[in-house]
Design a binder for this molecule. Sequence first.
Ligand code: KG4
Ligand code: ZN
Length: 365
Amino acid sequence: MTDTLTVLGLESSCDDTAAAVVRDQTGEMPEILASTVYGQTDLHAAFGGVVPEIAARAHAEKIDFCVRQAMDQANVSFDQIDAIAVTAGPGLIGGVLSGVMCAKGLSAATGKPLVGVNHLAGHALTPRLTDQTAFPYLMLLVSGGHCQFLIAHGPEQFTRLGGTIDDAPGEAFDKTARLLGLPQPGGPSVEQAAKSGDPKRWRLPRPLLDRAGCDMSFSGLKTAILRARDEVVAAKGGLTEKDRCDLAASFQAAVTDVLAEKTRRALALYLAEDPATPTIAVAGGVAANQTIRARLEQVCADHDTDFTAPPLALCTDNAAMIAYAGIERFRLGHTDDMTLAARPRWPLDKTAPALLGSGKKGAKA
Ligand code: KG4
Ligand code: ZN
C-alpha cells in the first residue's frame, strides 16, 4: 500500500446526498480535494420531517451527478483513486442502498477496492480529519438524530459511555421551533430567539440529572415547552415576541445544563483511562450552538482538557468524513466485497446494550 491514499467517499444515509475526495499522507494533514453536498430540505419541507421514500429517490437521482462533480472539482481520474468508501449504515435504508449500489457499480467498473463505512464512525473520526486529534479522545456526537458519548480508541474501536434514551437534542430544537412558530431548521432559529430571551423565566426540567451515568433524555423537555406555551396562550390568547424569546432561552438553558453535566460525567470516566493528551471533540449540527459550545469549552477548561469542534460544514452530514473514515479502515487492510450490506442499524460499540427507544428518527447522526 502506498503512503499516500486518495479516496472517493459517498454519503446518502439521511437527507444529504454527498460525495468527496480526500487525500491522506502519513504524518501530513489530510487534504479535502473536493466535497459536494446536496441537501433535500425543500423536498421534505411540506411534510414536517424526512420522508424516506422521497429521500431514497432523490439520492438515487443525485448521487452519480455528485460523484462526477466531486471528481471534477478534485481534478482526479479513477486511475488516481485508491479506494471507494461509502456509508453502509446506519440510516434510512433506501438512501443507504442508493449509495452502496452506486459505490459497488463504481468499484466493479474501475476495479478499485470498496470500503463500507459506518456513518457514526465518519462523524466520530472527523477530529482526526480536521485536527489530527490523537487517540483516545472523548467524542460527544450531538445532532438531529443522535446523541452519544464515545471514547474513540482507534478507527474501529469505540466505547459508548452513554447516550439519549429517546430523542436527540436537534430533534428537540426542531420541535421547539415548530411550537414557537419559528422557522426550520429549529436549532439556529431557537438559538437566535434565545439571544434576547430570559433563560430563567421558566425552570424547565433537566431530565435524568438525578440518575447516575451519562444517559440523557430530551423528549420530556419537548412536552414541557408545549405545556409552558399553552399556558401563556391560554392566559393571553397568544405569544408575544418576548414570550417566544424567553421560552427559547429557557429551553436552550435546559439542554445546555444537561449536556454540560453529562459531559462532566463522561469526562471523569474518560480521564480515568489517563489519556496522554486529554481531548473532547464534538460533532453534529447541535455542536454549532454557541451557548452549548461555550459551556462545553468551560467544562474542558475546568478539567485541563482540550476542546475541539470541526467547522460546521464538517459537523453536519458530508462525504469528506466518509472518505476519511474509509482511509482509516483501508490503512488497517479492511475492505469489503460485493456482499457489502446496507444496514439501517449499526451501533459503533457492539458490546454496549441498546439504548431504550434511542434513534426513533433513526437515520440522522
Ligand atoms: O448533523 P445534522 O446536520 O444532521 C443530522 O441530524 O444528521 O444536525 C441537524 C440538527 C437539526 O436538528 C438542527 O436543528 C440542529 O442540528 N442544529 C442546531 C443548530 N444548528 C443546527 N441546534 C442547536 N443550535 C444550532 N445553532
Ligand atoms: Zn450524520
